[in-house]
Design a protein around this ligand. Sequence first.
Ligand SMILES: [Zn+2]
Ligand SMILES: [Zn+2]
Length: 179
Amino acid sequence: MPDIGGLWTAFVNNPIVQLGVRFSALYIVALYLAMVFWTVRDAQQRTENAIMPYLAGLLVVVLNVLGLFIYLIVRPGDTLAEAYERQLAEESLLAEAEQRVVCPTCRERVQEDYVLCPTCRTKLKRVCPSCGKLVRPEWNICPYCAKDFDERDWTVHPGGKAAAAGSRDARDATEQLPT
Ligand SMILES: [Zn+2]
Ligand SMILES: [Zn+2]
């Protein structure tokens, strides 16, 4: 019958076994601290709250791996950087949608330089009788040449028509140049 107690004492007192036990303990402590550290830092990337990350860390300190699992389940899905990126993308989409010009009457898409809507013939822009540029019908002064408009300018505007026709002719001329 071998002396089990003696064997155990010899085993425990073996320097290699003792080294192994110490190393394992150190390894577990390091893993534990790394887990807590990772949780706090991960939480800091997901919330702007100053206290919440430390509460999450405390959860891991107290409950260990179980606490880490709980944290992984309840943590916010997006990091702050990801949330910011998504917000930027949404805002740029919104800005793009706003830039699309539509006819106020029929909501058809129109170009910025259309004088009227080709679908429902709503007047969208008017030609400034002084400089020939397109201005909005509700403006009563030209933002390009500072001409003050009065009703007469809108009822008869030969200058505007001529200027518009002139610019169209000029465009046609440039288009015909290469041929
Ligand atoms: Zn329209
Ligand atoms: Zn003008």
